[in-house]
Ligand binder design. Sequence first.
Ligand code: GBH
Length: 485
Amino acid sequence: DAERDSFTAGKFPDNFKWSFATAAYQIEGAWDADGKGKNIWDTFSQTDGNVQNNDTGNDACKSYYNMVRDVSNMKSLGVKDYRFSLSWARLCPTGKCKDASGQEKRGIDHYHKFLDLLIEADIEPFVTLYHWDLPQNLETTYKGWEGAQVVEDFGDYARLVFSEYGHKVKNWITLNEAEVVCDLGYGIGVFAPGKANLKSQFDCRHHTVLAHTKAYHIYNDEFRATQKGQIGITMNTDWYEGFNESKDNYDAAQRWMDLQLGFWADPIYLTGDYPESVLKNNNDTILQRFTAEQISQNKGAADFFGLNHYTTRLVTDGNAAGENKGVDYTQHTCPQWPQAGSEWLYSVPWGYKKLLTYIHNRYDSEQYPIYVTENGVSSRGNGTDFEPELDDQWRIDHYTGYIGQMKRAIDEDKANVQVYTAWSLMDNFEWASGYTERFGMVWVNFTDPARPTYFKDSALFYSDLITTNELQCSDGTNDGTCKAA
Ligand code: GBH
């Protein structure tokens, strides 16, 4: 892999944007402040046994009360772009945003204040509408993403958000990683709301496509002309590489790609409909089909291609026992791949280049520029450490490798990547792993009620990259080819 992971240091295109990302439930805390309604992650994390150490996001980084801290951290690092998400249940405690009676003024004002701080600091907001924190009431009354009504309710929420904040926000992301929401939340049950059912999983998947498309058309029809912003969806995918040269393994990797990425990307950026392998391998009692009208609404329903990417898998045809070939697949990793603090996360820079080139070719990045909305790496801790651990050269190596491969995809393969976003600005509530995994470039002391923060070495590395727009080799040189660390 060392050969494949090498890259040429140097400048990124002018106007390339370097951003940081976070999500409301992972950083805000203040779970019941100012009239906020309960959401499915409040319920899930407050129930024993769902999250490591029974950690919750009740307080998290207390960003709700520390807006100035967060903005000034970014300002001192020279950040010009910030991706964060809105808490639906802060704005509309029961999830019903249609009428003023369902809206919570204090929640609405909170994000006005935050946006004003960003704008004053000259930081451009990228706002995600949904990063996994569904108002509990919608789960309780119609099973959340399983119910068709969620499409309407998401549309009403989106309309409220566009009309409130659209003069301050020009970059909208509808959903973060719908695949994770549905597969882990409704299919396996390791994430909120904790259901494990194949039909639930696919109903959820189907409704997320429709909800995205709905919000896109609301923006397009009612707001675009006056607000002149852009809107897209963010999908997460690993890179899936055939285990070896065999055609069967290659096809198996493609099927997996179809299920994890193509399920959303094909309807929106390609055909309006699900990928062929998805249609073929799922009968219509499991997979709801789009109507002709929906297909035409899906197609082209985005201005950019939002991508979260972390890791790579090698794929063989058939299940672990080698059965069900042509339909199933099995994932493998390499013993040489460095593993992060998260069990699922291996550092494989070359996979990132292949993925970007794949997306460029299949979904036409000239028409739909690629915005990388997350990429990052974790260390393991226990959330109760109070001694900041700031020397993270290994994290700098990870970022250097991935960003170097992104540069190659741009330079060599003409992938039109315009935005790169590091996950995350600061350590935060890592979902079912609680505070045991730290993804931040800024260290947070979770044992101190004041939540002081400290820059890790990686924050200074990233700051340098942002201000120079130029990637250096890990050894500090930038003339010629960098060997992978
Ligand atoms: C992103 O998901 C999320 O958008 C972000 O909120 C999160 O903090 C970040 O990554 C880091 O994880 O528990 O073994 O079943 C990335 C995709 C999907 C990777 C769920 C981890 C859980 C595997 N994630 N997966 S497991």
